[in-house]
Design a protein. Structure first.
Length: 256
């Protein structure tokens, strides 16, 4: 063995033998705090242009069928029309969006519209609109429904739903194990979990059911399932008639 070999061994085993500086400080190094997770990139809304509108869409309805005119209906069907379009309705200005398509089946609309009012607003408007809008946008997100998300994200914000919760739902991120987001309490977590499972799983898990039952009661669980189911039905209406957001409106869900 050449004379260089012991030196090489010393260099590998102890760097000080090769002239490296000696560190006599035996104090354990302080653990380095993990870097904070990067904030999600802000969503840049995309404005709808006329070039986005398919050729088979009617401009009065922004859907595959034109808006139903009241005067074209029979007296019985006009009664249904007036159930939807009246000064006390959220459709006081006229038919629009998916509800506009319902008037092609007045008998269905006559039954669905009151259910819609109850599921969304409750009796005499007593339903917590912050939580209702959370269920609506969570459903829209799981269904990838651009129309419903873009319509209801501003409504959720107006009703006081925290920006951090909106972003968690928009990004489809897992629910945090601890209460780390402002406003994300047990009720909010349960609504998001129930929505995700109902849309994506064969059935609601026992844990999710029992949690929702404890928080909302039996009637509340049924109403939550009904609200999620109603907006799933709305999504099918949107898809069937290819209902579009009007040019000039903003698309707020980051979909391809």
């Amino acid at each position: 063995m050449s004379r260089l070999a012991p030196t090489l061994v010393l260099c590998v085993v102890g760097l000080t033998a090769c002239g490296a500086p000696v560190n006599n400080d035996t104090t354990a190094a302080e653990p380095t705090a993990p870097a904070p997770a990067p904030s999600p990139a802000p969503v840049v809304p995309r404005e709808v242009t006329r070039a986005d509108i398919p050729a088979d869409i009617h401009e009065d309805s922004w859907a595959r069928l034109p808006t139903v005119a009241r005067e074209s209906l029979s007296p019985e069907d006009q009664r249904v029309f007036d159930l939807i379009v009246n000064p006390d309705s959220t459709y006081a200005g006229g038919l629009r969006g998916p509800v506009g398509m319902w008037m092609y089946s007045p008998r269905m609309a006559e039954h669905i519209f009151p259910a819609r009012d109850y599921l969304r607003f409750g009796n005499d408007g007593e339903r917590d609109q912050r939580l209702a809008e959370l269920a609506i946008i969570a459903t829209a997100r799981e269904l990838d429904s651009q129309y419903e998300w873009s319509a209801h994200e501003p409504a959720a914000r107006r009703e006081g739903l925290e920006e951090e919760i909106i972003e968690l739902v928009r990004a489809g991120r897992p629910l945090p194990e601890t209460q780390t987001l402002p406003g994300l309490g047990d009720r909010e977590r349960a609504i998001i979990q129930v929505t995700r499972e109902l849309v994506n799983e064969p059935k609601l898990s026992r844990d999710a059911f029992e949690t929702a039952q404890r928080l909302f009661g039996n009637e509340g669980v049924m109403d939550l399932a009904g609200l999620i189911g109603y907006y799933t039905f709305v999504n099918y209406t949107l898809k069937t008639f290819d209902v579009q957001r009007a040019p000039g409106s903003e698309l707020l869900l980051p979909l391809p």
